[in-house]
Design a protein around this ligand. Structure first.
Ligand code: GAL
Length: 343
């Protein structure tokens, strides 16, 4: 054993002979429902999120939920909330180890009427890249604390890691917009999927070429089926939408639907989840579907396991989407990595 006199220790460390500080541990597998730490060692804070792949890097955007969860004293339903902090962004090359890039759309603290004031609600942010304009465009659910506003908010940036400039909110196609996602098709057209008509009907709305507004072309889908939490992907020329039922922060059964054309007609296939608690979506709710770049027919299904009384500590449930002979399943795994797609 080498004995190093105490007074020599700082010198030896300075010379790089001993590690000065243990690096944050590298993540080597997905562990759905466990605390997932970023490269600084802090729990990842990106709820109701989505991923964007851009030039070799994945960016994960989500609700940065900080601080105490409360149920407002006027609440007539379980609208548990944290104050709006903003949208957080993380970057990664391997989907397992995420570096915090900061709050890319922060709350606006000094204007109580602003959509992004802490007293409001900001949910389900998704970012898409517009090749024509070179802009990164964020769509999010912008709400009042009592969820009566039901609007979509849009923000833009020149860089995937922000900062984003908030452009404002509106009701797309003059109807309510709550749970939402955006999807870019292979031809560059982008669509917003949003729960509307009091969450009863899913609208699919073609966006303008700059992705900043609805184009005016839309369809009503899953009419009176109360689908929420839409997550969309394309496989083998067909469109798929994973969604949840409508039970607030509490879990329910997921459903996947398929369409030949993105604006419909959509046909419900059933619940793709398998394994323990598959009928409760593993106590989680869908938020996004991310293709794995460089692997064929490989997707990650992203869910949130909401902790309604401590929303900041809500966990992530990321699972592989397995496609066999055209059948799609999302099987539970306690621990897994991308090698699953090579089998
Ligand atoms: C869920 C929705 C969440 C959040 C929550 C509030 O149905 O998917 O994003 O809005 O309700 O209770």
């Amino acid at each position: 054993m080498v004995y190093i006199a105490k007074f020599l220790l700082p010198v030896v460390m300075f010379m790089g002979l001993l590690p000065i500080q243990a690096q944050a541990q590298k993540n080597t597998s997905f562990m759905p429902g466990e605390v997932w730490k970023d490269t600084d060692g802090n729990p990842i804070n990106a709820h109701g999120g989505g991923v964007l792949y851009h030039e070799g890097t994945y960016y994960w955007y989500g609700e940065y939920k900080k601080g105490k969860t409360i149920l407002p004293e006027w609440a007539t339903w379980e609208c548990y909330r944290t104050d709006v902090t903003g949208v957080g962004c993380y970057s990664s090359r391997d989907l397992l180890n995420w570096k915090f890039e900061g709050i890319v759309l922060p709350a606006v603290k000094d204007d109580p009427n602003h959509d992004l004031h802490p007293s409001k609600v900001l949910e389900r942010p998704k970012v898409i890249y517009n090749k024509k304009t070179g802009k990164f465009v964020m769509w999010a659910h912008v709400e009042s604390a009592d969820y009566s506003k039901a609007c979509a908010g849009v923000a833009v940036s020149d860089s995937p890691a922000g900062p984003f400039t908030y452009l404002g909110s509106f009701r797309p196609n003059d109807v309510m917009s709550r749970d939402q996602t955006v999807f870019v098709d292979d031809d560059g057209r982008a669509y917003q999927f949003y729960s509307s008509e009091n969450n009863e009907t899913m609208y699919i709305s073609l966006l303008t070429d700059d992705y900043l507004k609805p184009s005016g072309r839309f369809t009503r889908n899953f009419i009176k089926e109360s689908r929420e939490a839409p997550a969309v992907f394309k496989y083998n020329g067909k469109y798929y939408m994973l969604s949840s039922g409508c039970t607030g922060w509490d879990p329910n059964i997921a459903e996947i639907a398929v369409a030949d054309s993105i604006m419909g007609t959509w046909k419900t296939i059933g619940n793709p989840c398998t394994g323990p608690d598959a009928d409760k979506t593993f106590y989680a709710q869908s938020t996004y579907m991310q293709p794995i770049i460089g692997k064929k027919d490989a997707y990650i299904a992203m869910f949130d396991r909401w902790k309604k009384k401590d929303l900041e500590d809500s966990r992530y449930v990321w699972l592989p989407v397995l496609i066999k002979n055209g059948a799609i399943t999302i099987p539970w795994h306690e621990k897994w990595n991308l090698e699953i797609f090579d089998k």
